[in-house]
Design a protein around this ligand. Structure first.
Ligand code: PLP
Length: 445
């Protein structure tokens, strides 16, 4: 509690939602059922109609306010409709919406420079994409071109995207279709809670070595991993694992790719990037989500040497680096600095985690509390010993929380993990309210 008192002061919050005169939720639901892909799903029995967002709050068509602890899937980092970001996009839209990278424009160059300054070592060449999937597709392509090898190693339980290559790297049956996904090997997940070897980083790293020796020619293209698996249920890879895995992959000629789509951009609090918490420096870093605060934007950052591989052919992305997005991205970086949001994620995130641990003592159904900063997970189990996933219970709890004005995510292989990834301006008061509401929701089960 004392440390949370030292959290940076967030700007005063005083917001009256605009009057809503759009169609009713029932009308939107009808159109969605008729005209939008049936693959889309929603969390709640009665879907919410969200019409406005301001900082860490969302509003429905009745002006009802919800505390947003999911941030559009860990995406809205400096808060919904942050005025500085809105102003930057609007000003850019008035001047130039699109030109393509065929011409010079300062918005893309300025943002690339600012982004490079956030990365260590020689990681300074940026290629912009529109999503995390595209960024990871490109990273995998670069690793294959650079090394001349094809084999990629990813971690079981990971999520890296949903196009042909990234679906191969993604390692959860829930997210895979039966298409050819060649050349990807899935290493045993270094998951301290459910993993085969507990937190034994050496044993998990040995599995990477065995994949190289028994599943490939001995040479690999690369290794891709998140520092904290987001979709996989906020699984922090065991401490000490990444340096060992990187060493084995590099000895086999491969490049190491850090997928920072979810954990990056100040969310882990203690550092700007998730990989930094493991003391490694990747060869390629991919990002999306937080980079644009919700604007469709992704990026791959690598070294000048590796970036050369794309000059062998024409490689192009029509919208990647669009000035609206990059102007917004630059504003996001400035807001993160100005409002000390990384520090806030660290201080309030640590406080929230402590409070969630307190809840774990009270509620038998909480099997594990994990994560760091504002990427936290609470895993529900019906039996702590057997770790039986509480799949139904979590849905009821989310429903109760929504009714009390709090939105939270869920995920994990069994879908039984609360994913708490709020905008980074989430305050200590928000954390207290969140815990109170989760406490009541779990008591109702
Ligand atoms: N990588 C990670 C770690 C993700 O969490 C996601 C999406 O959730 C992706 C990649 C794919 O990003 P996108 O949905 O923007 O394609």
């Amino acid at each position: 509690a004392e440390t949370a008192a030292a959290a940076p002061r967030m700007p005063a919050f005083d917001h009256v939602p605009l009057p809503y005169d759009g169609p009713s939720a029932a009308e939107i639901a009808r159109k969605r059922a008729e005209y939008l892909s049936p693959s889309l799903f929603h969390f709640y029995s009665k879907p919410l109609n969200i019409v406005e967002g301001k900082r860490q709050y969302l509003y429905d068509e009745h002006g009802r306010r919800y505390l947003d602890a999911f941030a559009g899937i860990a995406t809205v980092c400096c808060g919904h409709c942050h005025p500085d970001v809105v102003d930057a996009i609007t000003a850019q839209a008035r001047r130039l919406q699109h030109s393509t990278v065929l011409y010079l424009n300062h918005a893309i160059a300025d943002f690339a420079e600012a982004l490079a300054s956030k990365l260590p070592g020689d990681l300074k060449v940026v290629f912009f994409t529109n999503s995390g999937t595209e960024a990871n597709e490109l990273a995998i392509l670069m690793a294959r071109l650079y090394t001349g090898s094809h084999d990629i190693i990813s971690l079981r339980n990971s999520y890296h995207g949903n196009a042909a290559g990234t679906m191969g790297a993604t390692a959860q049956k829930n997210w895979k279709f039966n298409i050819v996904q060649s050349g990807v090997h899935h290493a045993v997940n270094p998951d301290p809670y459910r993993g085969a070897f507990g937190s034994d980083a050496e044993k998990y790293a040995r599995d990477v070595q065995e994949i190289i020796e028994f599943g490939t020619t001995g040479q690999v293209a690369g290794f891709i991993s998140e520092a904290i698996q987001g979709v996989g249920g906020i699984v922090e890879v065991s401490p000490g694992y990444l340096p060992l895995a990187y060493e084995k992959v590099r000895n086999a000629g491969g490049l190491c790719i850090a997928d920072e789509v979810q954990a990056g951009f100040a969310r882990v609090g203690s550092h700007f990037w998730g990989f930094e918490t493991h003391g490694v420096v990747p060869d390629i870093v991919t990002m999306a989500k937080g980079i644009g605060n919700g604007i469709p934007l992704g990026a791959v950052v690598t070294t000048p040497e590796i970036a050369q591989v794309l000059t062998r052919r024409c490689y192009f992305n029509t919208f990647g680096g669009n000035p609206l997005c990059t102007a917004g991205g630059l504003a996001v970086l400035k807001v993160l600095e100005k409002e000390r949001l990384q520090e806030n994620a660290f201080v309030v995130g640590s406080y929230l985690k402590d409070r969630l641990r307190g809840l774990q003592e009270k509620h038998e159904i909480i099997g594990d509390v994990r994560g760091t900063g504002f990427i936290l997970g609470v895993e529900l189990v019906t039996d702590r010993q057997l770790k039986t996933p509480a799949k139904e219970e979590i849905c009821h709890a989310m429903e109760h929380m929504k009714d009390m004005g709090v939105l939270v995510g869920k995920g994990g292989f069994y879908g039984n993990v609360f994913r708490i990834t709020p905008p980074l301006c989430f305050s200590k008061e928000d954390a207290d309210f969140f815990v109170e509401v989760m406490d009541v929701a779990l008591s109702k089960l």
